[in-house]
Design a protein around this ligand. Sequence first.
Ligand SMILES: [Zn+2]
Length: 403
Amino acid sequence: MGKAMRGMMLVWAQLDNDVRSERTASGMKAAFNAGRWPWGAPIGYRHGIKNGKKTVEVVEELRPIITSLFEEAATKLYSKEQLTQKMNDRGFGRLWKQKATVKTIDKILKKKFYYGVMEAADWKMEAPGVHEAIITEDLWSRSNKAIYGEPKRVKITGKSIDFPLRHFTLCGTCLSPLRGSYSKGRSGGSYPYYHCTTKGCPAPHSWRRSDLESSFSEYLNQFTLSPVQLALLKATLLEDVERSASLHETEETKILGKINDIGNEKLDVMRSRRVGKITEGEELTMLDQLRAEESVLKVELSENKIDRSEAEAVIDFTIHFVAHVGNYWEHMKPNEKTVLQKAIFPKGVVYENGTFRTDEISSSFQLIKSFAEENSPLVTPEGIGPSISWMKARRPGPLDDGA
Ligand SMILES: [Zn+2]
């Protein structure tokens, strides 16, 4: 049991991490949407502080070099190699601490940042920045057309986060991923729905977003343990932490002993030098070697440290999480929800006749299940299965993207 539990804790620690990094990402997205550049300053800019806030500002000495680059590119008279040469002739290497290469030219010319627009390719997002532009949009377009041809457009996404269950939930009749959209009501308002409107679906259907989502949250709550099981789980996890902590302490004592021995050896070496048994050169060599051994041991010591409070925080998170999976999900932000859903049901879920089912739950949830079965009273999650072969037989060709 101890081993399984440790595995489970790792899964949850990972999940917690994923959720946390998703949270960091949403903080960055918020900054981005507010016009603040959340990454390293692009070439020609540097980070500064203005009114107590982090900003990105133009490096004045580089401004004329960047401007000339765009202007000369727009003339169609120069190759990228020639533009590189010109930049370096103007002292770019000295000012930026790195000579320009053809790659530098690409990096600068392609960035809309220089006329005030921030791009985040990974997020497929664009936003106007609050930073100072160096050139105009017109100059940017002309220079890009001259060097690369017509510029590509970055698609701006939006609404998808309003429907965390879309793509993830399959229609129980035709097994196509559900879509999400807003429908106009009779009174003119706009209402969110999930729906299957796949061509050929024998039972196309729409569900109010709130209905489908609360039903999903109830489904998640089926995986919850009873209070007795929770207490048992917590005790097992704590015991496990305690056991590994005491193992680590034994190891720590050993390493500290070795460090102490090295200290004594150092004193011996210095004493030998003082009484003239060894030369100064020999002393230095021996001391260097001892110091190297010592620093290796110190690294071992810090790697061996097990942070009990952190381990306990993971346990608390685990228990809280297991006790309230559904509610937990309900109160997350949409992007966090998708992370959690995927972590629990790697293959998504199927919705039919008002209930969910799945073919695969993640190992951590299988562990909960086996834990629950091993220790009565039983909580048996319903709705697992039917078999994959059944799904494959009914799946009408490859899944569409549900967009
Ligand atoms: Zn359908």
